[in-house]
Design a protein around this ligand. Structure first.
Ligand SMILES: [Zn+2]
Length: 245
């Protein structure tokens, strides 16, 4: 059963203290909270350099050079690494903004009612294995672990929706728990993450369904591991998918 009294977004947000450091007490608690060592595995992914977030930005707002020239972020060596990492990871053409302002990308990830599309790529150490692709809004991952859990559910007589969606109604506005939220056309529901979750989904949910300070910690420092880049053309977006999915 999902602990309905537990606000996962809030809890995971408290991973990072106000001064931008990691909260060791919360981290230890989370290690115990999630089954199958999920938090341990998700956390080691967050600290690796294997995660790439890409944003479809067809309006090119995130790709524009900020007025007044370069910001500190654009001069930041980390962004150069971002670009290089993204280029080598996908081996596909995509738009890397000249002035890749990391702060504006972080803000964009937490924009309310955003129409932008976000995806996560998880690179594999073994180059022969295709990268995993994570779609948080559908609570989907292309890894074998996720597929295995889904296959188990398919054997049941109950429908997948019955097993994997929390049918306690739409999310009350006062409960701002965004963790495992599946965005539907007119509403949102919560995935039964106690039934279906892999470390990649958990890692992506920690980045995008908690708070900007958590995303900032893992993308900007003190020891950044996660990379963000934008794709401005739909053609590049499709080519990127062909290379990953
Ligand atoms: Zn996965």
């Amino acid at each position: 059963m999902i602990e309905e009294s537990l606000n996962y977004s809030k809890l995971l947000s408290s991973l990072i203290n106000e001064d931008g450091t990691l909260n060791e007490v919360v981290t230890s608690f989370l290690y115990q909270l999630f089954p199958r060592d999920l938090f341990v595995r998700a956390f080691s992914l967050l600290e690796s350099t294997d995660l790439l977030i890409y944003i479809l930005d067809t309006e090119k707002k995130l790709s524009e050079k900020p007025p007044g020239g370069e910001t500190q972020d654009t001069k930041d060596h980390k962004n150069v690494e971002n670009d290089q990492k993204a280029s080598s990871a996908s081996n596909s053409p995509h738009h890397i903004p000249e002035a890749n302002n990391l702060d504006s990308l972080i803000n964009a990830c937490y924009e309310k009612d955003s129409t932008k599309i976000f995806r996560l790529i998880v690179q594999q150490a073994n180059q022969d294995i295709a990268p995993f692709y994570v779609d948080l809004e559908k609570w989907f991952c292309s890894c074998d672990e996720y597929a295995g859990l889904l296959c188990e559910k398919l054997r049941s007589e109950k429908s997948l929706a019955e097993q994997l969606i929390n049918h306690k109604g739409s999310i009350p506005s006062e409960n701002q728990d965004d963790f495992a939220k599946i965005r539907l056309q007119s509403d949102s529901v919560i995935a039964r993450h106690d039934k279906i979750m892999c470390p990649h989904l958990l890692a992506f949910a920690i980045l995008l369904q908690t708070s900007q300070s958590v995303l900032r910690y893992f993308t900007k420092g003190p020891t950044p591991g996660v990379f963000i880049f934008t794709v401005a053309e739909i053609d590049d977006w499709l080519k990127l998918h062909l290379n990953v999915v």
